[in-house]
Design a protein around this ligand. Structure first.
Ligand code: NAP
Length: 486
């Protein structure tokens, strides 16, 4: 079940959040600690306005909430508001049992026994949860994983405490996001999300729409194949918007989840224990995964980095779809021999795939980079030429293709241009790998000069579709609407 945490300062704002999200959720959490004091008198009547069950919560500051009342007053307020038609009341695990709880039970209201740790994760998480469950209520732990091993510990709760049927396990913060999306794999029967137009209810909340429409988190079952992307950072990734709608379109019971990973070794442990079928790899792990791969393609060997890992039989195979994703939009020009010489700006990870792809198609490559050593190393491997970025002007009018592979011009740095002095003749094809913004300043200048331009988004989509094929064995379905603004 998806529960929308209402974060309004007034009950009317909360009602508007419910109205906007009710298509995607099964229940709501009324957070009275976030309400203006003047609203509290009317809060007990709030559940009568909704068609869904309501959880009542008054979260303390120490637990990530805003209630700063002395504890006696806070509990008095909770008791007062709980006179309404709530389905659940959240009571912290360290609150002593009292008549209030007997009264709630007598009225058929379930109690969620909660424990929060906004700084980290206690070592005794399994015994703590089991003690909480022994009290006869629904145990809820919301903790903050600090390493990927903590995330693994949260996913292991399903095996360790399989005998606790109704529990809620939440990893807060970015590292905990997979435990929210894959909440059923932690053994949780519900998870929390927020409204897209309001402030988030807790660190790491996704919106109700994202949880429901993009991830279909409620539909995950024991048969669901898990895929994902590992990186650090990773939450900016557009890949879930490519793969999840693709899975849905071919009716493949699978989900693709972002994993913020600090240690590739830890991730491979999770991949084995959760039987993850494949994953994309982004910065900084594209080289780190190599020692774990039983088989690699020629491109991975040449480029020295891998952006896609798939499970084959009992081993992991590494592929580099950036290589083919880059080539796809200019394939016809390459095949027709329209490109003889290319200038590649940058010598980072993406440039390696670009330069090898061009070299393997007999195109002469000149690499210019801010740090000359990296340009030289890549040029030496691929028998190309190299220069320092500040000399880029020397090559104007000399090449058929210009490929911009640096991160300069990428959001939020949209006014920057990696080669402001470089003049286009209008005859070159100009390709920028940056895809946010859609058209960089560099590409805008090329277009204004009359060049044919190639957008980074095309490469992103092509490499994603090739990953999809590697994951599923099917072509990416046509007519899928890919909304990268999500
Ligand atoms: P990377 O390995 O970190 O390489 C970054 C490159 O940018 C290096 O050549 C670096 O030069 C250069 N650079 C960074 N800041 C610079 C500055 N201020 N002035 C001049 N040069 C600078 O990153 P990457 O993985 O290659 O990614 C680069 C870009 O490509 C990113 O924007 C990424 O989003 C994009 N990309 C797009 C796709 C796609 O599908 N469209 C795929 C992969 C990557 P030094 O060597 O001197 O540091």
């Amino acid at each position: 079940m998806l529960c929308l945490t209402l974060t309004g300062a007034t009950l009317e704002e909360d009602f508007a959040q419910y109205e906007r999200n009710k298509a995607w959720i099964k229940l709501v959490e009324l957070r009275i600690d976030l309400l203006d004091p003047a609203e509290l008198e009317k809060a007990s009547a709030f559940p009568d306005r909704l068609d869904l069950p309501v959880i009542l919560t008054c979260r303390r500051i120490s637990d990530g909430g805003r209630c700063d009342l002395p504890e006696r007053q806070r509990l008095g307020l909770l008791k007062h508001v709980a006179s309404g038609n709530f389905s659940y009341v959240d009571i912290e695990d360290d609150v002593k049992k009292s008549e209030f709880e007997n009264d709630l039970h007598a009225r058929g209201i379930k109690i969620i026994r909660s424990f929060h740790d906004c700084e980290g994760m206690p070592a005794d998480i399994y015994s703590r949860l089991s003690r909480m469950a022994a009290k006869g209520d629904i145990p809820k732990i919301a903790v903050t994983p600090k390493t990927f091993m903590d995330v693994i510990a949260l996913f292991r709760i399903e095996q360790e405490l399989a005998d606790v049927p109704e529990k809620i396990v939440i990893g807060m913060g970015e590292m905990g996001v997979p435990t929210r999306i894959l909440y059923k794999r932690t053994g949780s029967f519900m998870t929390f999300c927020s409204d897209s137009l309001s402030s988030s209810g807790a660190p790491g909340h996704l919106t109700a729409r994202t949880m429901s429409e993009l991830y279909r988190a409620d539909q995950v079952d024991k048969q669901t194949h898990i895929y994902g992307i590992i990186g650090n950072p990773v939450m900016h990734t557009s890949s879930p918007m490519i793969h999840n709608p693709g899975f849905h379109a071919i009716r493949f019971n699978a989900i693709y989840v972002p994993f913020l990973v600090d240690s590739v070794r830890s991730f491979f442990k999770l991949a084995e224990s959760m039987c993850i079928y494949g994953f994309s790899v982004t910065i900084p792990h594209k080289q780190d995964v190599l020692p774990y791969l039983g088989r690699i393609t020629r491109e991975v060997k040449q480029i020295g980095s891998c952006n896609t890992v798939v499970r084959i039989q009992n081993m992991w195979k590494g592929i580099n779809t950036d290589y083919y994703g880059f080539l796809a939009p200019i394939q016809r020009d390459v095949e027709q021999g329209m490109i003889h010489t290319a200038l590649v700006i940058g010598a980072g990870g993406a440039a390696r795939a670009v330069v090898w792809a061009l070299h393997n198609h007999n195109i002469k490559v000149i690499i210019v980079n801010r740090s000359i050593e990296k340009a030289k190393a890549l040029a030496d491997e691929t028998m190309g030429s190299y220069d320092v970025l500040s000399n880029v002007g020397l090559y104007q009018g000399q090449v058929d293709l210009v490929v911009q592979t640096t991160s300069v011009g990428m959001e939020p740095d949209v006014d920057s241009d990696p080669a402001p002095g470089f003049q286009f003749t209008g005859h070159e094809i100009v390709y920028d790998l940056v895809y946010k913004p859609h058209e960089t300043k560099f590409l805008g200048r090329a277009k204004a000069a009359g060049c044919r331009v190639q957008y980074g988004i095309d490469m992103l989509l092509q490499q994603g579709k090739l990953q999809f094929e590697a994951f599923t064995g099917y072509h990416y379905p046509p007519k899928v609407y890919i909304d990268l603004s999500n």
